[in-house]
Design a binder for this molecule. Structure first.
Ligand SMILES: NC(=O)c1ccc[n+]([C@@H]2O[C@H](COP(=O)([O-])OP(=O)(O)OC[C@H]3O[C@@H](n4cnc5c(N)ncnc54)[C@H](O)[C@@H]3O)[C@@H](O)[C@H]2O)c1
Ligand SMILES: [Zn+2]
Length: 380
C-alpha cells in the first residue's frame, strides 16, 4: 500500500439511512469550518463547547471562521480531562447552554478530544430534546475513533459511558494540523487505535503501519492524513453495517479492549495508563492468547508486539505504572473483566484472531488458559 503524496483534505461519507454525514480530513480545516458547515446549519447560530487546553489554542480561529461565514458564535469552556464527563459537570454544562438561549435550530460544535466530543454530543442529543452537532476532534484518538460512530455519553459512579445516546453528528472536521500541539503520549495512545483497524481486518494497512507508523507519529502530514483516512474508512464501514452493536461485527472494534479495560480499571483510569496505551497492551495480549490457543501463528503475535513496542507503546505490563512498579494480579484482572459491560451474562467476550487482520468474537475462552496467559504476562 503506497501513500498518496497529496496533503489536500479528503472526505469520507458515513452511510447511515437518513443520517449519513461527511468526515473531512486534512490540514487547515479549522479555518474552513464556517464555510464547510454553513450549508448544513439549520440557522446561522452555533455554540462551541471546548476544554481549557484546546479553547486557547484553537477557539479563536474556529470562531473567526464561523464569523467570516456569517454564523453567530458563542462558546463554553469546560475543564480538560475525564472529570468533565461526570454527572455534575454535565448538569452545569446543560444550564450554561440554556443560559445562551438556544433554540431547536442552534447547532453545538464540539472542539476537543474524546471527552469534549462525548460530552457535547450527548448534550446535543438531549438539549431541547435534540439539536444538531458538529465534531471538530483535536486528538488522534478522537479523529480516528470517538468522533466516528455516533456514541456519545458521560460517566457514572457505576462506570464509564454508562449514560449516553447513539447520536450522529452532521459533520466531522478532522484538522490534521492540530495534532502538532498534542502531547506525544496522547498521540501515541491514539495511534494504538489506528493500528487496531489493520489488526481487525485490514492486514495490508497493518503492514503499511509497520513501515510508516514512525513517520505518522513524527508529523509527516501526508502519512498522517492517510492513516486517519484509512482508520475512519474502517470504522465508518463497520458502523454503517452495525450501527447499534447488534451483531458481533461492531464488537470487533473492541479488539484489545477486554484486556485493556482490566488494565485501566487496575490503574484507576488515571494518568498511569491512558486508554490507547491500555488498548495497545491489550491487543498484544489478545494476539498472544490467540497464539496460545493455537488459533494464530506465533509470528503474527510477535509482529504485533514488535510494532507497537517499536513506536513506543508500553506493551509489557512491567513498563506500565511509572516508577512505582505495580503488583499485577491475575485474579484481580479477571474480576475487572467480569465487571466490563461487554461481559454478557457473566461470560467474558474476547476478540481473538486467526492472524493479522483475521479477528472474531469468542465467548469460549476457558479460565485456566486465560489465567496462564495473565500469569506469564505479569512475569515477563
Ligand atoms: N464515543 C466513542 O465512540 C468513544 C471512543 C473512544 C473513546 N471515547 C472517549 O474519549 C475520551 C478520551 O478521548 P481523548 O483521548 O481524546 O482524551 P481528551 O479529550 O481528554 O484529550 C486528551 C488531552 O489532550 C488535550 N488536547 C486535546 N486536543 C489537543 C491538541 N490538539 N493540542 C493539545 N492538547 C490537546 C485535552 O485537553 C486533554 O487534556 C474518553 O472519555 C473515552 O471514553 C469515546
Ligand atoms: Zn478504544
Amino acid at each position: 500500500m503506497s501513500t498518496p503524496a497529496s496533503t489536500k483534505a479528503s472526505t469520507i461519507r458515513v452511510d447511515l439511512a437518513g443520517r449519513g454525514y461527511d468526515i473531512a480530513i486534512g490540514p487547515g480545516l479549522i479555518d474552513r469550518a464556517g464555510e464547510l458547515s454553513r450549508p448544513l446549519l439549520a440557522a446561522p447560530r452555533v455554540i462551541v463547547v471546548s476544554d481549557q487546553t484546546v479553547a486557547p489554542l484553537y477557539g479563536a480561529r474556529l470562531a473567526a471562521s464561523f464569523d467570516k461565514a456569517g454564523v453567530r458564535t458563542t462558546s463554553i469552556t469546560v475543564p480538560a480531562g475525564e472529570s468533565s464527563k461526570e454527572f455534575g459537570a454535565f448538569g452545569r454544562l446543560m444550564n450554561e447552554l440554556l443560559d445562551r438561549r438556544p433554540d431547536r435550530k442552534t447547532t453545538l460544535v464540539a472542539l476537543g478530544g474524546g471527552v469534549v466530543g462525548d460530552l457535547a454530543g450527548f448534550a446535543a442529543a438531549v438539549l431541547l430534546r435534540g439539536v444538531d452537532f458538529i465534531q471538530v476532534p483535536t486528538t488522534l484518538l478522537a479523529q480516528v475513533d470517538s468522533s466516528v460512530g455516533g456514541k456519545t455519553g458521560i460517566n457514572t459512579r457505576h462506570g464509564k459511558n454508562l449514560v449516553g445516546a447513539f447520536y450522529q453528528p452532521r459533520l466531522v472536521l478532522a484538522d490534521t494540523d492540530v495534532l502538532d500541539t498534542l502531547p506525544k503520549r496522547e498521540l501515541l495512545a491514539g495511534y494504538a487505535e489506528v493500528a487496531k483497524y489493520g489488526l481487525i481486518d485490514m492486514p495490508e494497512f497493518f503492514a503499511w503501519c509497520e513501515k510508516n507508523g514512525a513517520a505518522v507519529l513524527s508529523g509527516d502530514a501526508a502519512k498522517r492524513t492517510y492513516a486517519i483516512e484509512q482508520s475512519c474508512l474502517a470504522k465508518a464501514r463497520i458502523v454503517a453495517a452495525d450501527e447499534r452493536e447488534t451483531t458481533d461485527l461492531r464488537a470487533l472494534l473492541n479488539l484489545g479492549h477486554t484486556f485493556g479495560h482490566a488494565l485501566e480499571a487496575e490503574t484507576g483510569f488515571g494518568p498511569d495508563l491512558l486508554h490507547g496505551e491500555a488498548v495497545g497492551a491489550g491487543m498484544a495480549m489478545a494476539f498472544d492468547l490467540s497464539a496460545r490457543l493455537g488459533l494464530c501463528p506465533a509470528d503474527d503475535a510477535l509482529r504485533v508486539r514488535r510494532h507497537l513496542g517499536a513506536v513506543g507503546l508500553p506493551v509489557r505490563l512491567r513498563s506500565i505504572g511509572g516508577d512505582n512498579r505495580r503488583q499485577w494480579d491475575a485474579n484481580r484482572l479477571i474480576d475487572h473483566m467480569r465487571g466490563d459491560k461487554k461481559a454478557e451474562g457473566g461470560k467474558l467476550a474476547f476478540i481473538l484472531t486467526r492472524g493479522i487482520g483475521k479477528t472474531f468474537v469468542s465467548r469460549e475462552v476457558d479460565e485456566r488458559t486465560l489465567r496462564g496467559l495473565l500469569d506469564d504476562a505479569i512475569a515477563a
